[in-house]
Design a protein around this ligand. Structure first.
Ligand SMILES: *[C@@H]1O[C@H](CO)[C@@H](O)[C@H](O)[C@H]1NC(C)=O
Length: 262
């Protein structure tokens, strides 16, 4: 009886596998579209693309499960690290962990350029946005000097950034699959400027109130010292995360379907 049982089961099993394979083939054949409410634009219609990108950001706040994009409000990054450099005004080892960006999705997109019709060459896409007010929260561990003053501690930090203007550059390349072109995102760079950074840190110097208050005052009066060093690290971490998100987003949408054809 056991061999019969086995045969019947393995037959059912093969049916099941055949069904899965068939289903996934069909799945591939149905090219995905932009998620609602993002719509297509005419080629070169930057105003329309800006509107769609803004809608997409808003949608990303709650996540886009069908595109494997988690909620970006807050946008979570595991770790951002800076190593001390004696030649710099900010000479600290700083580890930020469980980093959360709040209000990142509230940015307004101000430019999208670089989409071409020629798929034989990689496209250099440049996007710009402006974020009036965002907040970064993280667990921190710091040790070093800021403007030659010693600073040490471990606790929670909050940075409020006013008027962040960012420029995103990326190269996208077309890969052909089943007669259609799918784009892969590569090498995202984020550069940004900010009008003001205000930092709060709990438990500096093991909770010594006088020392904490005076170092935070120095940090906030000289916020550029902090921001000049941290901004490139933060942007590199975000760029890395964004690369994954955009890869998920574009993976099943053929470039042929990006724009309206009439
Ligand atoms: C998010 O932005 C709104 C204004 O759009 C502001 O009132 C709020 O304080 C911001 N939240 C954080 C955590 O920065």
């Amino acid at each position: 009886m056991s061999s019969n049982f086995f045969v019947r089961h393995s037959f059912q099993c093969s049916l099941f596998i055949a069904f899965i394979v068939l289903f996934s083939l069909q799945w591939c054949a149905f090219a995905a579209d932009f998620p609602n409410p993002v719509t297509k634009c005419h080629f070169g219609d930057e105003k329309c693309m800006i509107e769609q990108a803004t809608k997409l950001l808003k949608k990303a706040a709650t996540g886009i499960p069908e595109k494997n994009i988690p909620s970006l409000e807050p946008w979570k990054v595991a770790k951002i690290e800076t190593l001390g450099d004696k030649s710099k005004a900010l000479n600290v080892d700083l580890v930020m962990s469980n980093v959360e960006f709040y209000n990142y999705t509230k940015a307004s997109v101000s430019g999208i350029k670089g989409f071409t019709k020629d798929l034989s060459k990689p496209m250099k896409i440049v996007t710009r946005n402006i974020n009036p007010h965002m907040t970064i929260k993280a667990h921190y561990k710091i040790n070093g000097n800021i403007l030659v003053l010693p600073v040490i501690g471990e606790g929670e930090m909050t940075m409020v950034l006013d008027n962040v203007k960012s420029r995103f550059t990326t190269t996208i390349k077309a890969q052909e699959r089943n007669g259609k072109h799918y784009m892969s995102v590569d090498n995202i760079k984020i550069e940004s400027s900010v009008d003001r950074v205000t930092t709060e840190m709990t438990n500096l110097f093991n909770g010594d109130k006088t020392l904490s208050e005076s170092i935070l005052e120095v940090m906030n009066e000289n916020w550029r010292v902090l921001s000049d060093e941290l901004t490139p690290r933060i942007n590199a971490a975000l760029a890395h995360s964004l690369e994954e998100l955009l890869t998920n987003f574009f993976i099943d949408i053929p470039y042929e379907d990006y724009f309206l054809t009439e």
